[in-house]
Design a protein around this ligand. Structure first.
Ligand SMILES: Cc1cc2nc3c(=O)[nH]c(=O)nc-3n(C[C@H](O)[C@H](O)[C@H](O)COP(=O)(O)OP(=O)(O)OC[C@H]3O[C@@H](n4cnc5c(N)ncnc54)[C@H](O)[C@@H]3O)c2cc1C
Length: 411
């Protein structure tokens, strides 16, 4: 059992909300109160895109509420005031250009690649933005990834790294060409990031497209993680097979003599995963209980921190127990709080008590900060609203902490 870092107090709401004015805090209180009314959220998810389409002035309302709480700005430049505010509290930023996966034209994927490169340029000129985040489905069609995943078929996560190359060779010409284009796009991004000293976190997505994402991410790591960690894969511990996949990724990285970068998450697509598995009649890849997810998440943390010189870890979670565990393990190991291979990250607008108190105690803590035009980030905003309408889990604590701070300030 690691000993506690006595300087770390995750309940300190004065630190957690110091970056918010009284007016902003009251606005957050109302927003979280409204989000708790789940019916509003469900209605919003269904009718918002329609209301915007028919030209109702709903955009302004969203911009002043959900957008302000969870998004950095409509453009990269407009996020700078949020970045600055966070920097004043030693909180770093992971920039997320909010393109959602879909079926787009090559032109749009090239544009997205250029945009990511602009984000890297911007990040390298800002001292508190050490990472950017990307989704592979923003760079290539979802359906190609799905076909590739099917071609891999029975290859287990332990053999995928070796079995993938011959599979590409057997693809139809058009798919081979699209795969090559994806490789060029992702290589451009990682090369630029490597030259600029910026880390690239590659998001994990649905299990039925994840194998090719893992493969391409590991191949980028092999190229760019030789002396320091540039590329990070995301491990979703809500999947039953991911703890063993993590261990195998580490063994692969040792065999190929590069460092491993991992962002540890529980996972964002649980309902979708279970529904699809039920409909198509295959084994649900998701853990049977929350307890099982938590157990694997915490085991993954231990596994990685025990190898901290070889694995760079992003603890991407709003879970207090897991965050404390990682913070205390590092402290126990080194009596230090800031190791270059351990970062904590929460979504902007959520769990400020973790981010700001960790940063205040000297840990590397960051906010995952999306930006983009209002219409494009609506799916992201709806996911946040849905997450915060749940009465259980860590996110349920948000409103309680905000009210606690309002009471402390007497507002
Ligand atoms: C910086 C950052 C980056 C992220 N990147 C990604 C990403 O690339 N891909 C991705 O998928 N997600 C990503 N996420 C989202 C993340 O997966 C969710 O925020 C997270 O699942 C919520 O869990 P938590 O660790 O905050 O803690 P908690 O609130 O304690 O856990 C909730 C999670 O536990 C799991 N869970 C809940 N109930 C059950 C159950 N009955 N059985 C099994 N499991 C259950 C689900 O994953 C659920 O989301 C990211 C989050 C952050 C903060």
């Amino acid at each position: 059992m690691p000993h506690k870092n006595e300087f770390l107090n995750l309940d300190n709401t004065a630190n957690a909300f110091a970056y918010k004015t009284d007016k902003e805090l009251i606005a957050s209180k109302w927003l979280f109160t409204l989000m708790k009314m789940g019916i509003l959220v469900k209605l919003g998810a269904n009718i918002l895109p329609f209301l915007i389409e028919i030209g109702l002035p709903i955009k302004k309302l969203i911009k002043k509420t959900l957008f302000k709480q969870f998004v950095g700005g409509e453009t990269l430049e407009k996020t700078s005031s949020v970045c600055e505010k966070l920097n004043n509290h030693n909180v770093q930023v992971i920039l997320d250009y909010g393109i959602e996966g879909g079926e787009y034209s090559d032109e749009k994927y090239e544009q997205a690649t250029d945009e990511f490169i602009d984000v890297i340029n911007y990040a390298s000129n800002n001292k508190n933005t050490p990472f950017i985040s990307i989704k592979i489905t923003g760079l290539v069609s979802f359906s190609l990834l799905e076909r590739l995943n099917i071609s891999i078929g029975d290859a287990t996560s332990n053999t995928i790294f070796n079995d993938f190359a011959p599979i590409i060779q057997r693809l139809p010409e058009k798919d081979k060409l699209d795969w090559d284009k994806l490789n060029i796009r992702i290589s451009r991004i990682c090369k630029k990031a490597s030259e600029s000293g910026i880390g690239v976190m590659i998001d994990a997505e649905e299990s039925w497209i994840q194998d090719p994402i893992d493969f391409i991410t590991m191949s980028m790591m092999e190229q760019y993680n030789k002396s320091n960690v540039v590329v990070y894969n995301t491990i979703q511990l809500y999947r039953t097979d991911r703890l063993s996949f993590l261990k195998h990724s580490y063994e692969e990285s040792v065999r190929k003599a590069h460092l491993l970068g991992v962002k540890l998450v529980r996972g964002a697509y649980m309902e979708k995963e279970s529904k699809r598995a039920n409909q198509l009649g295959y084994n649900n890849p998701i853990q049977p209980t929350k307890f099982a997810t938590d157990k694997d998440y915490n085991e993954a943390l231990t596994y990685c921190i025990e190898r901290i010189e070889k694995i760079s870890i992003i603890v991407a979670s709003h879970n207090e127990e897991s965050s404390l565990k990682a913070a205390n393990m590092l402290f126990d190991l080194s009596e230090k709080t800031n190791h270059q291979h351990l970062h904590f990250s929460q979504l902007y607008g959520m769990s400020d008590n973790l981010t700001f108190n960790l940063a205040n105690a000297g840990y590397n803590a960051s906010k995952y900060l999306p930006f983009g035009p209002v219409e494009e980030v609506i799916p992201y905003l709806m996911r946040r609203a849905q997450e915060n309408s749940s009465l259980s889990g860590q996110t349920g604590r948000e409103l309680k902490l905000i009210i606690q701070e309002c009471n402390r300030r007497g507002i």
